[in-house]
Design a protein around this ligand. Structure first.
Ligand code: HPA
Ligand code: MG
Length: 239
């Protein structure tokens, strides 16, 4: 089920993951590494779903349909509830790409709360990772009063993991009780640090994907499915 991955590569990936988790609260049961999409996954033909007319020539395939994203997000919400159900949390949405994932994740958590006896008081905050990373300023990071709270950070894509590590260092400075990270997509990149979020939606090949708030030069955020962009799309929206 894991094409082009040797057992050794896979194991070393897992070891890296464990060492990254050292020093952070982690349950033995947190072994969900996400839905693994293999390197040879061709996606679905566009014609089998609907997508905006203005993108009809700009996409190669539907890589992850919106419904599957939602179903997976629902399960992540349940895992999060199981782990954090007794804490007040600050949800830190990593903009821009993470806005749809965060909104849907928060919605799923709210539905779960309504349908169970659990409660999970949430505050939602936003951070624009790129801008604060470039100038090494923490100006965009306002999570005052996060002491004694738990932080759940939601990001759309984790590839090398470097950005995520920097974010975690900054969040740590606010002294939260616990930090958990939810990532919708984790890319199998050769240069990766091995960092894995606590909650992973999908593990995908090293391909550029758009939709569900992920962009190519700010386009395609208005696409519900996660898709692979076509050559024509790349040319059309090139800067
Ligand atoms: N798509 C959009 N934005 C991204 C990606 C991607 O595949 N990887 C990192 N940022
Ligand atoms: Mg982008």
């Amino acid at each position: 089920a894991l094409p082009k991955w040797t057992r050794e590569e896979f194991d070393s990936f897992n070891e890296l993951k464990e060492s990254n988790m050292a020093g952070r609260e982690r349950k033995q049961t947190d072994t969900d590494k996400g839905i693994v999409i293999p390197d040879d996954w061709p996606g679905y033909p566009l014609a089998l779903f609907t997508s905006p007319e203005h993108y009809c020539d700009d996409l190669d395939c539907v890589y992850i349909p919106h419904g599957v994203i939602m179903d997976r997000t629902e399960r992540l919400a349940r895992n999060i509830m199981d782990d954090l159900g007794d804490h007040d949390i600050v949800v830190l949405c990593v903009l821009k790409g993470g806005y749809q994932f965060c909104a849907d994740l928060v919605d799923c958590i709210k539905v779960l709360c309504r349908h169970s006896n659990k409660t999970l008081p949430m505050r939602v905050d936003f951070i624009r990772l790129k801008s604060y990373l470039n100038d090494h300023s923490t100006q965009d990071l306002h999570i005052e009063g996060a002491e004694n709270l738990s932080v759940l950070s939601g990001k759309a894509i984790v590839d090398t993991g470097k950005t995520m590590k920097t974010l975690l260092d900054h969040v740590q400075a606010f002294g939260p009780k616990m930090i958990k990270v939810a990532g919708l997509l984790v890319k199998r990149v050769p240069s990766g640090t091995g960092y894995l979020p606590d909650y992973v939606g999908f593990e995908i090949p090293n391909r550029f994907v758009v939709g569900y708030a992920l962009d190519y030069n700010e386009y395609f955020r208005d696409l519900n499915h996660i898709c692979v962009i076509s050559e024509r799309g790349k040319q059309k929206y090139k800067i």
